[in-house]
Ligand binder design. Structure first.
Ligand SMILES: Nc1ncnc2c1ncn2[C@@H]1O[C@H](COP(=O)(O)OP(=O)(O)OP(=O)(O)O)[C@@H](O)[C@H]1O
Length: 310
């Protein structure tokens, strides 16, 4: 059986419009399915897990953005641990849609539905799992990007820009806002047992795919297939020397900048002098300390091909 899980609020209501179009097509082509529409924030994971166990769903199509996919992946991970594996398909309806881009899922809902219904191109991806049991599909970051995720999701301009199809710009606006006031923190990053002291850390992002925040290529070398987590760290005492990064990171051309360093490992721990905000797949979740392990090939995604850039 196929399940459809809809966040009607994603992309400021785009999820609802897309669902109507998808529902008509599923009915027209008599595709048997069970559909559930979320009614509030934070319940998607539980709903996904319940759908899989109660209806023996083998393929779950999510209509939503990266936040909805994040919560759904948590539910599918729980279901998997309880012995029920379910594949994940996506019809993008969010602002950034980084997950969809990574796996070659079309932005057009009808084409995305065709991909979702096809039984080709199963992509087995790693998951990032925190010590608290949360899983992420795209990235988990602490510091600057945790703050950007929190403020963007709270911002009135995100809704406004979504309405005119420029939702991705909302991340850039928040980045500029945060950049002007952010204060770096001393941090200790442990990668597979080796500790690195970071005196003025702006951000540490653990990446499963190269981009976040709607096309920011923060970690071009990240791969969701290698059983490893890539970590990008930005540290600097001054603000001005980071300015070039703001304008090169979208193309992934910041990698040679002296304030940027990269690490790779299977177990990542981060401690900070002061608690820093954490984002997981673009959703503000918690604050440091942070411990992330990689779970290799833990989720099956239905896409077309893996893409590393636009
Ligand atoms: N019915 C609902 N009403 C309000 N919020 C919801 C509902 N269902 C889910 N949510 C919440 O909406 C949040 C954001 O959803 P989602 O990420 O899909 O869209 P987005 O924010 O527009 O896109 P993006 O993550 O790409 O910026 C999630 O944290 C989720 O918990």
């Amino acid at each position: 059986m196929i399940g459809v899980l809809v966040n009607p609020r994603s992309g400021d209501g785009r999820g609802c419009d897309i669902w109507r179009e998808v529902r008509d097509r599923l009915q027209k082509f008599s595709v048997p399915h069970v559909a559930v529409i979320t009614s509030r924030a934070g319940e998607t994971g539980e709903l996904a897990e319940k759908m899989v166990s109660e209806h023996s769903i083998e393929k779950l199509i999510v209509i939503g953005g990266d936040g909805t996919i994040h919560e759904t992946a948590g539910g599918l991970w729980q279901a998997y641990r309880n012995g029920s594996a379910c594949k994940l398909a996506v019809i993008p309806a969010g602002t950034g849609n980084d997950f969809a881009k990574a796996y070659g899922i079309p932005t057009d809902p009808v084409r995305a539905l065709e991909v979702a219904l096809s039984n080709e191109n199963y992509i087995h991806i790693d998951l990032l799992r925190t010590a608290g049991g949360m899983v992420a599909v795209n990235s988990i970051g602490a510091g600057f990007d945790g703050m950007v995720a929190k403020l963007t999701n709270e911002a009135g301009y995100k809704k406004l820009l979504n309405r005119i199809g420029l939702g991705k710009l909302s991340y850039f606006i928040t980045i500029l806002r945060v950049f002007l006031h952010y204060k770096p923190s001393r941090a200790w990053l442990e990668v597979d047992g080796v500790i690195h002291e970071l005196p003025d850390m702006w951000l540490a992002a653990i990446a499963n795919i190269p981009f976040y925040g709607g096309s920011i290529q923060i970690c071009p070398a990240a791969s969701p297939f290698d059983g490893m987590a890539d970590v990008v760290v930005i540290q600097s005492r001054g603000r001005i020397r980071l300015l070039p990064i703001l304008f090169t990171v979208y193309q992934g051309k910041h990698t040679q900048h002296p304030s940027v360093s990269f690490f790779k490992g299977t177990s990542i721990r981060l401690r900070t002098e002061h608690p820093l905000l954490i984002q997981a797949d673009g959703e503000f979740t918690d604050s440091t300390p942070l411990h992330v392990d990689i779970v290799p090939a833990a989720l099956t995604v239905i896409g077309t091909a893996y893409k590393t850039y636009n």
